[in-house]
Design a protein. Structure first.
Length: 248
């Protein structure tokens, strides 16, 4: 009897979570995707087996993002950016899940990452009336919207890149979501060994050196003017999040 009562209590406690509605600012089109992320992504780590079993739903969502150019143009700037970020992340997630488990290592890219899949970033997809690859979609975001924080919002399926969030990006919360993605990356992608006097940073800084240096180098403290552009960019992104003892 005690076991049965405990089971009922556990089931009752779980029901609100299972029935929890998506946030009000999540569009009807994004709700299934938002729910998938909510239950299958934690701290940037993906339960790929579960996503793989639901990749048909994910594929349907990706197809829904190929809206007409007219419909896309009607969206506010934040809505356009959210759609493109969600498209990138959903395509990358579907690509990785479909090939999971990923084995082997080619070149300098991280082992078991999506970069190990031939053509993963060159394959074309329909997004907002265009036919683009993942690399072209990233350039579209960076070049057309002039907000380098999108670099940290893209889940590339590789250690060292931006983390996939447990939620869809939305027009209403885009500013807060991009700020959070940038802050999280800056803290996670910077490791200091004070005893050795060395600093280890994410490879994303070298992958996107030109864009990040152009966006952040001039924001560094003038005391670092003799450093390279990418070093100044890293310092500008990171120092404000360190403790005073770590900044010394």
């Amino acid at each position: 009897m005690i076991l049965r009562t405990s089971a009922i209590l556990l089931l009752a406690a779980a029901l609100p979570l299972a029935q929890q509605a998506a946030p009000a600012d999540v569009s009807p089109r994004d709700r299934a995707y938002d729910h998938m992320l909510d239950i299958n992504v934690r701290d940037g780590l993906v339960y790929y087996n579960a996503v793989k079993a639901s990749r048909g739903t994910l594929a349907s969502y990706i197809e829904s993002l190929d809206v007409s150019p007219v419909a896309f143009a009607r969206l506010p700037r934040e809505g356009q950016m959210a759609l493109l970020i969600n498209a990138y992340n959903a395509i990358a997630l579907h690509t990785a899940a479909s090939a999971y488990p990923i084995s082997g290592r080619v070149g300098d890219f991280p082992a078991k990452s999506i970069r190990q899949l031939p053509g993963a970033f060159d394959r074309k997809h329909g997004v907002a009336g265009r036919t683009v690859s993942l690399d072209e979609l990233e350039r579209w975001l960076i070049d057309d919207y002039d907000d380098p924080r999108v670099i940290f919002a893209l889940g590339r399926g590789a250690v060292g890149s931006g983390r996939l969030k447990s939620e869809a990006y939305t027009a209403v919360r885009l500013e807060a979501q991009l700020a959070d993605a940038t802050r999280e990356f800056a803290m996670r992608a910077f490791r200091m060994d004070q005893a050795a006097g060395t600093v280890v940073v994410s490879p994303l800084y070298s992958w996107r050196e030109k864009d990040l240096a152009a966006a952040y180098a001039d924001k560094a403290d003038p005391a670092f003017k003799d450093r390279s552009a990418i070093e100044r960019a890293i310092l500008a992104l990171t120092l404000e999040h360190l403790f005073p003892s770590e900044q010394a």
